[in-house]
Design a protein around this ligand. Structure first.
Ligand SMILES: Nc1ncnc2c1ncn2[C@@H]1O[C@H](COP(=O)(O)OP(=O)(O)OP(=O)(O)O)[C@@H](O)[C@H]1O
Length: 437
């Protein structure tokens, strides 16, 4: 089974049997780790317009409208004549997008936003409100339909608990069916944080002022998830969308989300690079898994580099041990899978591929450090040259917060409420409007 199939099977079984979801964790994340040049560029997240605007919408040909957006030339909105078209799905069950089609007598399809594993996403104009929306058209398989219905239920719960829409979780407006496909109508947003990093941070990371704003909003999102007793279980830069001005974000893709009591032990929950150590060790997980993923995401936003990488859970654990020190014994005692990675005396068994023979070899590593290494902070400072004392103070606060988000022991990991009180987030006064790098 390839990784994509593995991922689909897992999400579907989670929906059908209330089991947990497996994700491949590879995505295109690996492509983003590059070296920071000496001349970084500041993210002006509050700018009204940019001359070099890499965030501008796709080139359009139509005239400017009153709201400042430009009309896109697409065919007239019309109902399709079903008799002329009976193979509206591709062989993999994705709906074939037709620009100009009118969905549900209401949504005029404008742009194809691309395919995910579970759906095709389009941007459309809601002709009843004249607003732009994003519609996720789920693949035809019945199991995917069920998974979509579970996502809808969770999104509705979250929206009811946040009537004023202040907690930065994507809003589902409604859903309908179109030619056997479940269609989910979302508020329209712009690009995701992976694309922000690629297009604006140019793989070097974005400035600390923007990171702070994004962190605050993601922590607010986590407080709502916790209040509703829901785990997102797939947080990563790809699943956080920003608005056109990039000053507001929304946590999206609740397709892997689950009730917090659905915590069957599995070592494949969450995309691998963002997967908390307790998942890999087979310890019953809780809200802390989402905080770990946010910690990894924040590190990546600031440095442009993935925090922990590994092609297997074992190599992920090695990366975490090297940076964060020994796994506490009290965790190993609760671990179902410890013997896959450790000897009884706590020696780590690193399963590596030998460079010369290309055979798998097991390297014994005796990691004894109990206090988290200074490694994390050192990595943050290494990617920030020429800091003023004030900038260094700011970065120290960020390093302290990340240290708490990435506490190896989930019991000691900071909670969303406490993260909001951390001085990096909560300190009073305006943020200095200068470039920190
Ligand atoms: N509300 C939205 N506004 C703008 N773009 C969106 C919106 N929702 C989704 N998209 C775009 O569609 C992509 C896929 O969406 P999403 O991740 O929700 O779908 P999926 O089928 O579950 O995909 P995946 O394989 O990533 O799990 C997003 O990365 C984003 O680029």
């Amino acid at each position: 089974m390839d990784m994509q199939e593995d991922r689909i099977t897992a999400r579907l079984s989670a929906a059908a049997h209330h089991e947990t979801k497996v994700t491949d964790g590879v995505s295109d994340a690996a492509q983003t780790a590059t070296v920071r040049p000496n001349q970084p560029k500041e993210l002006d997240m509050f700018a009204d317009d940019d001359n070099d605007d890499m965030f501008a919408p796709e080139p359009t040909t139509g005239p400017k409208k009153e709201d400042g957006t430009q009309a896109v030339r697409v065919p007239e909105a019309k109902q399709l004549d079903r008799s002329l078209l009976d193979d509206w799905d591709d062989p993999e069950g994705y709906y074939r997008i037709i620009l100009g089609e009118l969905l549900d007598d209401r949504y005029h399809v404008q742009t194809n936003l691309g395919k995910g594993v579970f759906s095709a996403v389009v941007r459309a104009i809601d002709t009843t409100t004249n607003r732009t929306v994003a519609i996720k058209i789920i693949r035809t398989q019945e199991s995917m339909y069920k998974a979509g219905m579970k996502e809808i239920e969770i999104l509705q719960t979250l929206a009811e608990a946040d009537p004023e829409d202040k907690k930065h979780i994507i809003r589902l407006e409604r859903h309908f069916e179109h030619k056997g496909h479940l269609c989910m109508v979302f508020e329209n947003l712009s690009i995701n944080l992976r694309e922000v990093l690629k297009k604006f941070g140019r793989d070097i990371g974005i400035n600390i002022i923007a990171v702070r704003q994004y962190a605050l909003q993601m922590f607010l999102g986590l407080t709502l998830l916790k209040k509703c007793e829901i785990l997102h279980a797939d947080l990563k830069p790809d699943n956080v969308l920003v608005n056109e001005r990039r000053n507001q974000l929304k946590i999206a893709d609740l397709g892997s989300a689950m009730s917090a009591d659905e915590n069957d032990v599995t070592d494949a929950l969450v995309s691998r690079f963002y997967r908390a150590p307790e998942i890999m060790l087979g310890i019953k997980h809780d809200y802390a898994i989402d905080m770990w993923s946010i910690g990894c995401t924040l590190f990546e936003l600031y440095t442009g580099k993935i925090c922990f990488t590994g092609s297997t859970n074992n190599q992920m654990l090695k990366a975490i041990l090297e940076c964060r020190g020994k796994i506490p014994n009290r965790m190993l005692k609760r671990s179902e899978f410890w013997s896959q990675h450790f000897e009884p005396d706590g020696t780590f068994l690193s399963q590596e591929i030998d460079n010369v023979t290309r055979r798998e070899v097991v390297r014994r590593m005796n990691i004894t450090r109990t206090v988290p290494a200074k490694e994390l902070k050192a990595r943050l400072f290494a990617s920030s040259k020429g800091l003023s004392p004030a900038d260094a103070k700011e970065l120290n606060l960020f390093a302290d917060l990340l240290d708490k988000c990435l506490a190896v022991d989930p019991v000691r990991r900071i909670t969303p409420t406490d993260a909001l009180k951390h001085p990096f987030i909560s300190r009073p006064g305006p943020v200095p409007p200068h470039n920190i790098r």
